[in-house]
Design a protein around this ligand. Structure first.
Ligand SMILES: Cc1cc2nc3c(=O)[nH]c(=O)nc-3n(C[C@H](O)[C@H](O)[C@H](O)COP(=O)(O)O)c2cc1C
Length: 176
């Protein structure tokens, strides 16, 4: 199966969270494609209470970076996607937002963009800076942009082996 320009499996398994960007803006057509993929994520009871603020201006990105504890790199990202979910958004709002964010990052990867999540530690400050209504939570941001040319590769963290993660039928038997 092909996802845009890249095999879907490859776009998923080769995705790494990278934080070194150059200053090229993301073309509108690619941005809209990424947002379409985000929009299509399923949600609990199909309530669709997730929203996204696409922040590109420097002042906005500075506010986003300041709302995290590990997000200075957002200042270099071309775009910060601020994921908002209604506080009455359902049983599993983190799951809903996670699906939206992963869709965005996988399609971004298939378009040759780097991306990484950022945890928001100061939600109220971020909501005030971006005019986000009180009834929304803003737990996560995704920063993205084109890879910095010649930048050092950020360390990729190994994943645990399949046999340590996946069991078959009961916890006692491994998949492989
Ligand atoms: C829920 C969640 C929160 C994260 N928060 C941050 C963050 O605040 N800042 C950051 O630089 N990376 C953040 N990350 C990225 C993780 O550090 C990254 O997914 C992990 O180290 C694997 O990196 P790799 O794909 O490059 O191997 C977050 C990831 C997740 C899933």
């Amino acid at each position: 199966m092909r996802l845009l320009g890249m095999d879907a499996y490859k776009a998923v398994v080769e995705k790494r969270d990278k934080r070194e960007f150059d200053s090229r803006p993301i073309p509108e057509e690619i941005l809209v494609k990424i947002m379409q993929a985000t929009r299509m994520a399923g949600s609990g009871k199909n309530r669709q209470t997730g929203r996204v603020v696409v922040v590109t201006n420097q002042e906005g990105r500075e506010s986003v970076a300041a709302s995290g504890d590990f997000g200075d790199w957002i200042n270099q990202a071309s775009v910060a996607l601020v994921f908002a979910i209604h506080s009455d958004g359902g049983l599993r709002p983190d799951f809903d937002i996670g699906r939206m964010a992963q869709n965005a990052m996988i399609v971004a990867n298939s378009e040759g963009l780097y991306s990484c999540p950022m945890t928001v530690y100061r939600q109220q400050e971020l909501k005030t800076a971006l005019g986000i209504p009180d009834e929304y939570d803003v737990p996560m941001v995704v920063g993205m942009g084109f890879p910095a040319g010649g930048s050092k590769k950020s360390k990729s963290h190994p994943r645990i082996p399949l046999e340590d993660m996946v069991y078959r039928e009961t916890w006692q038997d491994g998949l492989v």
